[in-house]
Design a binder for this molecule. Structure first.
Ligand code: NAP
Length: 292
């Protein structure tokens, strides 16, 4: 799969710890091979205490750019020269690129999240209500995405009041806070019937716990048949959460396209091109996950 390495091969990669389960190398190297470019995208396991030295080393060896995953998405911020307004609002960087001898960070998870909503459902979201389960890192990109789409109300539901309050307060310097409300889990029964978009950002239902769902059957029974249910999880497909929503007649979206589209957005930045082979990237992942 990986191209022939030459003396001129340009370096891309993903930093995380651990990083060996990342699907990004598979997806990006498939795109690079299709484009016939002399680049390689590597998994780079970096322990938190080595982050700063690793970034300095990347500059020394001329790394073109890299993806950032857990646990570095926030820790990388002080090591960068510039951060996009979007990444600043989200409070996390997942894509870094070298520009004029400086590291510049952005967040493509937001673009990844909204892509399937925009391309498949050409709706006016402005009178609509989003209900988001969970208040972790991915929920931040989802909240920013819902704001970009123009949702009138964005409700985030979490199990820990302290974390929920901190989550809410973290948007104080952003206009997002005007449309944002946070709620304890017990409010779900009241919120779900109002949801036009219901998003699961918790890991509940992820392989191997495939019979679990963040919602009880009774809670999901309140979901409107006109709603869209979106699960960020991509294994299994569909999750228990999406199966429940489908029984309600709702439209369902799984997390694979978000994974593909955040990668597409990153590759466009690194390669400075709009022609990225999206289908090749999607197919590489689907084949690896045994989806066709
Ligand atoms: P995270 O930062 O650890 O956040 C997880 C959130 O889920 C937290 O708010 C946590 O609550 C909540 N949660 C966990 N177990 C729960 C339970 N039993 N009941 C209620 N809430 C629970 O993780 P993340 O980075 O946001 O990732 C979350 C999920 O999104 C993962 O499955 C990940 O694979 C997926 N994801 C997918 C993509 C994609 O491209 N498709 C991208 C990013 C993430 P507490 O805060 O109370 O602990």
């Amino acid at each position: 799969m990986t191209n022939n390495i030459t003396g001129k091969t340009q370096l891309l990669g993903v930093i995380g710890y651990p990083v060996e389960h990342s699907l990004s190398p598979l997806m990006h190297n498939a795109a690079i091979a299709q484009l016939g470019l002399d680049y390689v995208y590597l998994p780079l396991p970096i322990e938190p205490q080595n982050l700063e030295i690793a970034i300095a080393g990347f500059a020394a060896v001329g790394v073109v750019g890299f993806s950032v995953t857990i646990p570095h998405k926030q820790a990388i911020i002080p090591l960068l020269s510039e951060i996009s307004p979007l990444a600043t609002a989200v409070g996390a960087v997942n894509t870094v690129t070298r520009q004029n001898q400086r590291w510049v960070g952005t967040n493509t998870d937001v673009e990844g999240f909204i892509a399937p909503l925009q391309t498949t459902y050409h709706q006016d979201w402005r009178q609509q209500i989003a209900v988001i389960l969970g208040n972790g890192g991915a929920a931040r990109a989802v909240v920013a995405g819902c704001q970009q789409l123009g949702f009138a109300e964005i409700h985030v539901v979490g199990r820990n009041q302290e974390k929920l309050t901190a989550f809410y307060n973290s948007w104080r310097n952003s206009s997002i806070i005007e449309n944002l409300q946070v709620h304890p889990w017990e409010k779900l029964t009241k919120l779900i019937p109002q949801a036009n978009l219901l998003v699961n950002t918790t890991p509940i239902g992820m392989y191997p716990h495939i019979d679990n769902s963040p919602l009880s059957r009774e809670e999901m029974a309140g979901l409107s048949a006109n709603a869209i249910a979106y699960d960020l999880i991509y294994i299994p497909q569909p999750t228990q959460f999406l199966q429940q929503a489908q029984k309600q007649g709702a439209i369902i979206i799984d997390g694979l396209e978000m994974l593909v589209q955040q990668g597409v957005a990153a590759l466009k930045i690194w390669l400075q091109t709009e022609s990225v082979p999206v289908d090749v990237m999607r197919q590489a992942l689907r084949k690896h996950l045994g989806l066709n």
